[in-house]
Design a protein around this ligand. Structure first.
Ligand code: MG
Length: 579
């Protein structure tokens, strides 16, 4: 271990600088429900599996377990391999913090809570900090603070923020953060327990315009409440957990076996020869340019359409009559075909059947002149990379010359799938297969945590000129925190594509379909997508009894719907598409 001794009570400056107005709202961006799966499916893994087993039974006298976050006598913190004294401090003329020390805290699991006011400072330099040293012996608060080496992985974070202020995590290097280049931060938008990859920390986390953290030895970590340039800001924040997680068992290894069953032969006679019709005929091949999606003429283009439901559960909706109805009556210009992958009942066990549903929709989309997303609808796609690559190679061979086609190689990676070590190498493996046959069509790649953590891609983009990254949201479930993370990604020229969005409400079981769309939550999302010119598909074209289905149970899978067939969201979307 590389040790660097610094002064015992070291300087710990806040990261400050010009920034946008903070969003202010605490948000829960963690999905704890399952919109996509069948009602009877109880084994699906959409629910967040947070690690709580190790946080209840700490004996503060014998604490040595590397899996815990615990407080010992005198406010001494054990945080996995880290250990050192905690502290509470503020910067700025009128800032306050209570308590000013955690030395009297009862030993146990914490949390470290503090409240007060961060005084407004013209240069944005006010802050409040709850933190601890990472490598300090238990010899009193004046004991020397050493630096620790950081392993690839991330920082497990759990914060409660009843005060609803903007909150950052800040780590500092061997100078104790004395200079800006020696402190890195991350704007927290998810206040549930989750892991923030080290690669997401930046010296200017408010806009990620600085330098990304690159593994420098660290001496301290803290929760930071940033101040305003004029207003005093009250806050109340608790640090529940903050410790490093090593990225070791989640890495993606290139498969040795390349055999995969892609089902029976595809009848290519059913593929329209000519794509040069309708909306696609007018716009041609799609290409990303920075954060902007452009058509073949180089003009910005925004696609708006709908996503079909998992193919194995709502397969009746995968038909040409429906695609024609959605183009003529709903005026969509993109449709998403969601190939259900699951080894229980999806493509992996009946490839011919499920493949045929996808080709039916793709052929219809080509005939109607709209774009079509071929979506590998899986949460754990890294478990079947050979099947994914073989499937997309078939798609690329038969559709690679059609500008209609967009490949989406992993719908929604789970929360514990590292972008760097799992999602990105998986995507590169599949994309390599696609590019053998189709050098240019747009490819969309899912992002960690149900395609919510798009900014983790920054600095780790896939080396291909026509890749966009997936952002998913559910109004009524996901708040503005997701938007602020996406804003940072967009500001850094990352192209985003909302291949799936929907609405949700916790009390949706309601026969009259009248109370299920929270416009107060949905409108900001739609406005934000408009402002940023983001293409998107709404989930879903389905008659399932849930808020995000566009038609009521029993509606025809071929379309020809009356106003009575439409749900609340269906009526809304039909109106929006026809504006
Ligand atoms: Mg092509």
């Amino acid at each position: 271990m590389h040790l660097i001794v610094t002064s015992a009570i070291f300087l710990f400056l806040t990261a400050c600088g010009p920034k946008a107005e903070p969003s202010g709202e605490p948000v829960d961006t963690q999905r704890t429900w399952n919109t996509d799966s069948d009602d009877t499916d109880t084994a699906d893994s959409d629910t967040a599996d947070t690690d709580t087993a190790d946080s209840d039974t700490v004996d503060s006298d014998t604490v040595a377990d590397s899996d815990i976050f615990a407080v010992k006598d005198g406010g001494y913190i054990i945080a996995g391999p880290w250990h050192g004294y905690s502290w509470a401090r503020v910067t700025g003329d009128d800032s306050t913090i209570d308590p000013t020390s955690f030395s009297d805290l009862e030993p146990g699991n914490g949390p470290l809570c503090a409240s007060g006011i961060v005084g407004g400072m013209a240069n944005w330099s006010g802050s409040a900090l709850i933190g601890f040293n990472l490598n300090q012996d238990e010899d009193g608060e004046d004991a020397a603070v050493n630096a620790v080496e950081v392993q690839p992985g991330g920082l497990r974070v759990n914060i409660s923020n009843p005060g609803g202020t903007e909150v950052r995590i800040q780590v500092v290097g061997s100078t104790g953060g004395a200079v800006e280049s020696d402190r890195w931060c991350f704007v927290v938008s998810n206040f549930n327990e989750h892991v923030i990859p080290w690669t997401s920390f930046n010296t200017h986390c408010w806009d990620n315009g600085g330098e990304y953290y690159a593994g420098q030895p660290l001496t301290a970590a803290a929760v930071l409440v940033p101040g305003h340039n004029a207003l005093d800001r009250p806050y109340e924040v608790c640090l529940e957990d903050l410790r490093p997680v090593v990225d070791e068992d989640g890495s993606f290894e290139l498969p040795e076996d390349t055999e995969a069953d892609t089902g029976g032969p595809i009848d290519t006679d059913l593929i329209p020869e000519d794509w040069n019709t309708g909306f696609v005929g007018a716009h041609g091949a799609l290409q990303v340019d920075g954060a902007v999606l452009e058509d073949a003429a180089g003009d910005p283009i925004v696609l708006r359409g709908l996503s079909l439901f998992w193919s194995q559960w709502e397969g009746d909706f995968y038909n040409a009559e429906l695609v024609n109805w959605l183009v003529t009556d709903w005026k969509i210009n993109v449709i998403r075909a969601s190939l259900g992958i699951r080894e229980i009942d999806g493509y992996l066990v009946r490839p011919t059947e499920e493949m045929a549903k996808i080709t039916t929709v793709v052929n219809a989309a080509i005939a109607e002149g709209i774009y079509v997303i071929i979506d590998w609808h899986a949460h754990e796609a890294d478990k079947h990379p050979v099947d994914a690559r073989a499937f997309f190679e078939v798609m690329a061979q038969i559709y690679g010359d059609y500008p209609n086609v967009i490949y989406e190689v992993w719908n929604e990676p789970l929360q514990d799938a590292s972008w760097r070590s799992v999602i990105k190498p998986y995507a590169e493996y599949v994309i390599e297969g696609i590019r053998q046959y189709d050098p240019d069509n747009l490819i969309v790649v899912g992002t960690r945590s149900w395609s919510q953590e798009v900014r983790e891609v920054l600095g780790l983009e896939i080396d291909d000129p026509n890749v966009a990254y997936t952002l998913h949201f559910y109004a009524g479930q996901h708040g503005v925190g997701l938007m602020s993370g996406a804003d940072i990604a967009i500001a850094n020229n990352l192209p985003l594509f909302i291949t799936e969005w929907g609405v949700w409400s916790s009390g949706y079981i309601d026969d009259d379909y009248n109370n299920e769309v929270d416009m107060a939550d949905l409108s900001p999302w739609l406005d934000w997508a408009d402002e940023n010119g983001l293409s998107m598909c709404m989930w879903s074209v389905s008659d399932k009894d849930e808020p995000s289905a566009i038609v009521k149970p029993g509606s025809s899978p071929q379309g020809n719907w009356t106003a009575d067939d439409l749900t609340t969201i269906g009526t809304l979307m039909h109106g929006i598409f026809n504006e």
